[in-house]
Design a protein around this ligand. Structure first.
Ligand code: G6P
Length: 479
């Protein structure tokens, strides 16, 4: 196989496959802004993206193209090779579901119901061993594909151990690791078994450069290094001295891609959905939210705030509709399934309490329909983004970017996006339901001109570092 100068590693890749009815394979876009960011860099050097095969169709596509030359036209940059790893099912379940999603995600987003969880027994140690194996599989594939002095960009908490694994075998490689999540402060990170906490930090410190979306997360990471490892941390310069090397820690907030988004939002399928939604809500005001049914997204308190708005300010009854487009994710994690059910039943309670013959107060849709989300962003009067903790949150940035007449943004202080959008958003403490209800009222009552002016500035701030720039900046940190 040809060796690549630039390699990316992430659990979820830029493309995924499904079987058509006749059994043939159809490719679809994978997830995320990273894909868009890659299009500019891939052209300057030979590039390889290593990811996990997530379905039988993915495995079939991968087996048919062991050199990584699978068909991904329109999803990944032209000429880029994509290698999908066939990870054994039990290894994947332990690494992805038990360690990455049920442990590391819970720690970084501080989601545990602490009187009861976590409890790390022998089952966890077995899962952790498999997490190592899963990271090793990525390491091997990257070593196999990397040219001398190649640059390797490792993504997220699924692959925390990869940088150190690579470093030991190939000191010539130049490695970045980017965390798309927040980072927990040492008092919370301490929940992890101490040996695991150390292995995780040391694993990441195998990189030359570590990236985070917000200075808050970068600084928390440095605090954890100081608390758990015997290393020299310079908090002002954001560096860590480890194993005779100086590792730099950088803040690279990912922005929206305005050109791409606006073009997509102007397409016929979006406009058609916008008309359908408009017929559904009539001339009422709209509060929009778009999320996965994800514990960190705080959908339940968001609904509670909407209920409080309707209770304490009856003038909004019949005059506003809440469009909540939330779709289930990570169904293998029991907490997510329960949360999805709570979201569903709470929406029903609100409608049972307030609905009239002419008015449905809360429209809940639970399928993932991106054009419909864009349609909702375009027409929103208020956009509600209230996570309890979030690495960045691109909904906030995408929503203000495609808004037709300017929407007011109600935004959690605990989202990384608040660093850049704080000046013109209505910031709320995500745990304060009353404050959120008041912010929704303020958003709906904001004079049109002020709303449009704020939204314009928000869109500008959201576009400060579009994916291409975000990615090149990290690579530059390697030079
Ligand atoms: C969100 C997070 C990322 C994470 C991704 C994984 O987008 O911001 O940090 O990598 O979810 O989601 P998945 O559906 O693959 O579990």
């Amino acid at each position: 196989m040809d060796k690549a100068q630039l390699l990316i590693a992430s659990n979820r890749g830029p493309v995924s496959f499904v079987h058509r009815q006749d059994g043939s394979l159809e490719h679809r876009r994978g997830g995320g802004g990273l894909v868009a960011g890659m299009s500019s860099v891939a052209t300057e050097s030979d590039a390889l993206w290593v990811c996990a095969a997530l379905s039988d169709a993915d495995r079939e596509a991968a087996a048919a193209a062991p050199d990584g030359r699978i068909d991904h036209t329109g999803h990944a940059p032209e000429g880029m090779r994509v290698r999908m790893l066939d990870i054994p099912a039990d290894t994947f379940a332990s690494a992805y579901t038990s360690v990455a999603n049920s442990t590391l995600w819970f720690v970084q987003h501080m989601l545990y119901d602490v009187p009861n969880k976590p409890a790390f027994g022998s089952g966890f140690r077995a899962d952790w061993e498999r997490y190592r194996e899963y990271n090793t599989a990525f390491c091997e594939a990257l070593l196999h594909g990397a040219a001398g002095d190649a640059r390797v960009a490792v993504q997220d908490y699924h692959l925390s151990l990869v940088p150190w694994m690579l470093r030991q075998r190939r000191p010539d490689l130049r490695i970045t690791h980017f965390s798309h999540t927040p980072w927990a402060p040492p008092e919370y990170f301490r929940l992890l078994p101490t040996d695991v906490a150390r292995e995780l930090l040391e694993g990441m410190l195998g990189a030359d450069h570590l990236g985070f979306h917000s200075p808050r997360w970068a600084d928390a990471f440095l605090d954890c290094c100081a608390a758990f490892l015997n290393v020299a941390v310079d908090t002002a310069a954001r560096t860590v001295e480890f194993g005779g090397r100086v590792i730099t820690v950088g803040v690279h907030p990912l922005g929206a891609d305005p050109g791409d988004l606006r073009e997509r939002a102007a397409a016929a399928d979006v406009t058609e959905r916008r008309e359908t939604l408009r017929r559904r809500v009539g001339d009422r005001r709209t509060i929009v939210r778009v999320d996965r049914t994800e514990l960190s997204k705080n959908i339940v308190r968001g609904f509670a705030a909407y209920r409080e708005l309707l209770t304490t300010r009856p003038e909004w009854r019949g005059a506003v509709t809440h469009l909540a487009f939330v779709y289930p994710s990570r169904g293998d994690v029991p907490e997510y399934r329960e949360y999805t059910e709570t979201v569903r039943s709470m929406a029903k309670e609100i409608n049972d309490e307030f609905a009239t013959a002419e008015w449905t107060p809360l429209v809940l849709e639970m399928d993932d329909d991106f054009p419909r989300s864009l349609a909702a962003y375009r027409m929103a009067d208020a956009l509600l983004v209230n996570p309890v903790r979030d690495g960045m949150n691109l909904v906030a940035k995408e929503g203000v970017t495609v808004s037709d007449d300017g929407c007011a943004l109600v935004l959690s202080t605990e989202a990384g996006a608040a660093d850049e959008l704080g000046a013109d958003a209505l910031l709320v403490n995500p745990f304060d339901v009353t404050e959120t209800a008041n912010a929704l009222h303020a958003a709906l009552s904001m004079p049109r001109q002020e709303r449009a002016a704020r939204c314009g500035r928000l869109a500008e701030a959201a576009a400060a570092a579009p994916p291409q720039r975000w990615f090149t900046e990290q690579l530059r940190a390697l030079r």
